[in-house]
Design a protein around this ligand. Structure first.
Ligand code: SF4
Length: 334
């Protein structure tokens, strides 16, 4: 599918046909199992100023917190005690968690929970941090590219660039991380063309996973007055990403539930999603992890209920990448 065709499909009124197509590809490439990944939002400090995000450093309207290493490890152990095979460690870009501190935490989680996969979502760090975290046992890294439009990226992320972001994603791949990108749908100043570029970029990067969600305003940010991105358009982007990337892991994000608590994530499953990420952050911290407003709580019970309602199965494996990483000449599956 080329860019023109993607735009035409983003414009289509007949979205059910698109969702069915994506769902069939999901079933053929990934089966009926849904992977549950437990997420811990361990720090809401951030040194960046992303215009849409409530964790931006200029926001004085939230109480900042950092969990201790012991708290993080305890929560990770809780997640694996529930039988989950992936722990996602997420924070703002918080350098108080030094290379050594975070490596020690990763290492302890791996030692205490043999076989668990760790996904990091801790933003832009110096290259040797990524290497140290990998050596400590991290398996996956999620660094959303947010938008493939370089000018829009620059406007939304003062002091950062899309070029740098993409360099990091390539570097993470070289380090043998399973790598995730992803975008925001419905940003101010974003055209359908930009969304087509997002999808093509994720295809080109051959992402192991992708986090795709709507823009949702946060009241203490410069974009507080802008409306949320449309649910239907977000689902179309998800479906097209499924169609183009085939077997990448795609979560039905909490942001979908925030737009429509009853149907949002279920619609995500119908449009090609195969992952859900319940939140294990304790309430006294979670209330201040306000990337956007009115964030829904999706706990493990709710995640299981949604999988059941979607007539899907809970996966018992880690849900590692299904991408073939052999060199082209050694690969028999392409
Ligand atoms: S989007 Fe990430 S890097 Fe940007 S302000 Fe929010 S937490 Fe920080």
């Amino acid at each position: 599918m080329n860019k023109k065709e993607i735009i035409a499909r983003l414009e289509t009124e007949n979205s059910n046909q698109l969702f069915n197509e994506a769902d069939k590809i999901r079933e053929a490439c990934l089966g009926n199992e849904v992977h549950i990944r437990g997420i811990i939002e361990f720090s809401n400090y951030c040194c960046r100023s992303c215009l849409y995000c409530g964790l931006r450093k200029e926001n004085k309207g939230i109480s900042r917190y950092r969990m201790s290493g012991e708290e993080i490890i305890k929560l990770a152990n809780e997640i694996t005690n529930f039988g989950l095979k992936t722990v996602v460690l997420q924070s703002g870009d918080d350098f108080a968690f030094t290379q050594k501190t975070l490596s020690t935490i990763i290492n302890k989680i791996k030692k205490e929970n043999p076989g668990v996969a760790i996904t990091l979502s801790v933003g832009e760090r110096p290259p040797d941090d990524y290497k140290a975290f990998k050596d400590a046992g991290a398996d996956r890294y999620l660094l959303k590219h947010e938008t493939a439009n370089p000018e829009l990226y620059q406007r939304l992320h003062p002091g950062q660039s899309l070029k740098r972001r993409l360099e990091i994603l390539e570097y993470l791949k070289k380090l043998n991380y399973q790598v995730g990108a992803g975008n925001i749908v419905g940003l101010r100043g974003q055209a359908l063309e930009d969304l087509a570029d997002d999808i093509l970029l994720m295809k080109m990067l051959d992402v192991d996973m992708a986090g795709i969600g709507p823009f949702i305003p946060q009241r203490d940010t410069p974009l507080s007055d802008f409306p949320s991105g449309p649910l239907k358009l977000t689902l179309k982007v998800l479906a097209l990403t499924r169609i183009l990337t085939k077997n990448s892991h795609l979560p039905a994000t909490t942001a979908l539930a925030t737009l429509d608590s009853a149907q949002g994530q279920l619609s995500g499953f119908k449009a090609g999603c195969n992952v859900i990420m319940p939140d294990f952050t304790p309430e006294y911290y979670r209330k201040d992890y306000v990337i956007y407003d009115h964030k829904r709580r999706v706990d493990l019970e709710r995640a299981k209920e949604l999988i059941f309602k979607a007539r899907r199965l809970i996966s018992a494996d880690r849900g590692d990448s299904l991408k073939c990483r052999k060199p082209q000449e050694a690969c028999v599956c392409r």
